[in-house]
Design a protein around this ligand. Structure first.
Ligand code: NAD
Ligand code: TYD
Length: 357
């Protein structure tokens, strides 16, 4: 692992990963290819812009010429592929971009890696090359009250987002089996933490609750997600890069199942304690509104992370109690970041998504 191409490094998990990777791996050089969609923000990495081991390139993973040039110029031997359209609600609204970026974009990257590593014999590092594809537990579908997703759970994606991620996972596996591309796949549960874009549940609720706005909870609020602090996910990715077996999939999870309503109430209580009650004197729980459910809303996700623990010794280090306090504190201390990313286009999105709900 010398010359890493990170895709989508200006997004939520990607920017956390870039920071963790540069901190923990002094020997690497890192190129961040990001299109800077609404979800990508240069401010997420402002503190490392001047690092000589880091280069930012604005571009689309679907641009074959650009990606091919980067592999050659930068002698890329490792890919950590985050770039994606990542929000389920947006995929319901407009799936086309999910097909373009998540499926066709991943295909373009795989082709570039295949040409650079498997047909260009001048690259001496090809035997140690790695293509790590960052994916989601949502490819496995929806669980009932019991059971956990393992690496052998059959795929059953149910939203345009999860279907596009499932397709990209299958392409990555196919490139390993057909061409011998040295791939790794991680399927992770819901992340939370700093730099999370406020369209997703936790940052949206923090932002609205701080500003005294309604807190939209879909359906009965009893859908369950398995929450993992983002830095733990980044450590898992590093462990898989360093010691994962080529061609394998590793599930990554927080061992931390919560109903949505529990999450929303916990955030309200934390903000009341830290920022005081609303100007009306009411507690923030009074802002909770149950709204029309998301179409096809998956009921429950839960990960069995036994394989990555047994093989690589990884497990979550941050409890939910600690992680949610760190997250709320970060949002309290970075109100200008939230204002910047929620100006302009975000307002139109919010009105479309929640206006008539
Ligand atoms: P995000 O939406 O916050 O960031 C996505 C980044 O990709 C942005 O910086 C965006 O500008 C960039 N991007 C989008 N299209 C691009 C393109 N065509 N070319 C180049 N860059 C492009 O997403 P995230 O939450 O950080 O998720 C990162 C990855 O992790 C995704 O692949 C997602 O499926 C996966 N994942 C996310 C979670 C989660 O809870 N957020 C959980 C498991 C897996
Ligand atoms: P989200 O953060 O969008 O992640 P995902 O759908 O990928 O799991 O949503 C997490 C859960 O919170 C999911 O069950 C949908 C629910 N949710 C709400 O109840 N209200 C909201 O405004 C949002 C964005 C999500």
């Amino acid at each position: 692992m010398n010359n890493i191409l990170v895709t989508g490094g200006c997004g939520f998990i990607g920017s956390n990963f870039v920071r963790v990777c540069l901190e923990r791996c002094p020997e690497v050089r890192l190129v961040n290819l990001d299109k800077l969609t609404y979800a990508g923000n240069l401010a997420n990495l402002a503190d490392i812009e001047g690092d000589r081991r880091y280069r930012f390139v604005r571009g689309d993973i679907g641009d074959a010429a650009l990606v091919g040039d980067l592999f050659r110029e930068e002698r890329i031997d490792t890919v950590v592929h985050f770039a994606a359209e990542s929000h389920v609600d947006r995929s319901i609204d407009g799936p086309a971009e999910f097909i373009r970026t998540n499926i066709v974009g991943t295909f373009t990257l795989l082709e570039a890696a295949r040409h650079a590593w498997l047909t260009n014999s001048s690259l001496s590092a090809q035997h140690s090359a790695r293509f790590l594809h960052v994916s989601t537990d949502e490819v496995y579908g929806s669980l009932g009250e019991t059971g956990l997703f393992t690496e052998t759970t059959p795929y059953d994606p149910r939203s345009p987002y999860s279907a596009s991620k499932a397709a990209s996972d299958h392409l990555v596996s196919a490139y390993h089996h057909t061409y011998g591309l040295p791939t790794l796949i991680t399927n992770c549960s819901n992340n939370y933490g700093p730099y999370h874009f406020p369209e997703k549940l936790i940052p949206l609720v923090i932002n609205n609750a701080l500003n005294g706005r309604e807190l939209p909870v879909y359906g009965d609020g009893r859908n369950v997600r398995d929450w993992l602090f983002v830095e733990d996910h980044c450590r898992a990715i590093l462990a898989v890069l360093r010691q994962g077996r080529v061609g394998e999939t590793y599930n990554v999870g927080g061992n931390n199942e919560k109903q949505n309503i529990e999450i929303v109430e916990a955030i309200c209580d934390l903000l009341d304690a830290k920022a005081g009650p609303l100007p009306s004197g009411e507690p923030r729980r009074s802002l909770i509104r149950f709204v029309k459910d998301r179409p096809g809303h998956d009921r429950r996700y839960a990960i069995d992370a036994g394989k990555i623990k047994a093989e690589l010794g990884w497990e979550p280090a941050v409890t939910f109690a600690e992680g949610i306090v760190r997250t709320v504190d970060w949002y309290l201390q970075h109100r200008e970041w939230v204002e910047q990313v929620t100006s302009g286009a975000y307002r139109d999105y919010y009105e479309r998504q929640y206006g008539g709900r």
